[in-house]
Design a protein around this ligand. Structure first.
Ligand SMILES: Cc1cc2nc3c(=O)[nH]c(=O)nc-3n(C[C@H](O)[C@H](O)[C@H](O)COP(=O)(O)OP(=O)(O)OC[C@H]3O[C@@H](n4cnc5c(N)ncnc54)[C@H](O)[C@@H]3O)c2cc1C
Length: 232
């Protein structure tokens, strides 16, 4: 798995600070931004988002390349609607070796389970190849591919949606692969816009409580989780 922040809105905190000040100033944002320094912009963003007015951070967008993940992961990712996506197409890529599949750690670490898994994948790859030999196009041969099929996807989210995404997907309740991707995305954006993401993470970190109720994993230790996300 590889997660790389490709591009982002230049000077995201300065821009959103200027946007926030637009509501209370007589001059336009083009003038505000010329006079604004980063420290002041950060203070404004912190204050305004602290009121719950998070729309100001929608002006900053972040684009990530997420590579070598499973279709199981991307199917969950694309449920997040306030985002833009471009994904590798199974109409063009050929799935004919074991390299084209993600092996979950629980299976990789279990010798017998791994054998079963790889056996099934070999059969799938073989059938996929034979279907194409019979003239079946890739767009139809792919119907036998499993959730483990590897894929690449580009995603763009604004800072507000990212925080929402982190709340849900950095949580221990979230599936391991999308959680690993979300945590790595958060680690990278924190370096670019520390004020936007200073309290970001699962709900228990950002909001101070766990909304999962009875579904809360027994392994959750809020103090440890808070510490981990603070140090990310
Ligand atoms: C632990 C976990 C388990 C899950 N299990 C399942 C499952 O079993 N089955 C399943 O189907 N899904 C499941 N999901 C997916 C989940 O239901 C959401 O579809 C997904 O997390 C996207 O989140 P979202 O809808 O809040 O946000 P986004 O699509 O990211 O949207 C952000 C916010 O915008 C607003 N919004 C967006 N679109 C609309 C709209 N049309 N109308 C009104 N407001 C809107 C909402 O406030 C929303 O929270 C699971 C998610 C998690 C984290």
């Amino acid at each position: 798995m590889k997660v790389k922040l490709l591009r982002y809105t230049p000077d995201p905190e300065l821009l959103c600070g200027a946007a926030a000040l637009t509501s209370s100033r007589s001059e336009g944002t083009s003038q505000i931004i010329e006079k604004l320094d980063l420290e002041k912009a950060r203070r404004v963003v912190r204050r305004v988002t602290g009121y719950g007015h998070e729309s100001v951070i929608e002006h900053a967008c972040f684009t990530f390349s997420i590579e070598g993940v499973s279709r199981a992961m991307t199917h969950q990712l694309v449920r997040h609607r306030i985002a833009s996506y471009t994904q590798q197409s199974q109409r063009y890529v050929t799935y004919d070796t074991l390299e084209h599949y993600v092996v979950p750690p629980s299976i990789a670490q279990n010798v017998e389970a791994r054998k079963l898994f790889e056996h099934a994948l070999s059969q799938i790859s073989e059938t996929y190849r034979k279907l194409m030999e019979h003239g079946i196009p890739k767009e139809d041969a792919r119907f036998i591919l499993p959730n483990a099929a590897k894929t690449n996807i580009v995603v763009t989210m604004n800072a507000r949606e990212l925080k929402h995404f982190f709340r849900l997907r950095c949580c221990q309740r979230s599936q391991w692969e999308i959680r690993a991707v979300a945590i790595e995305m958060l680690r990278q954006v924190k370096k670019i816009a520390p004020v936007f993401f200073e309290n970001a993470g699962p709900s228990c970190v950002e909001l101070g409580f766990c909304p999962e109720g009875a579904m809360k994993p027994k392994t959750c230790n809020i103090e440890e989780i808070r510490k981990r996300f603070k140090e990310l």
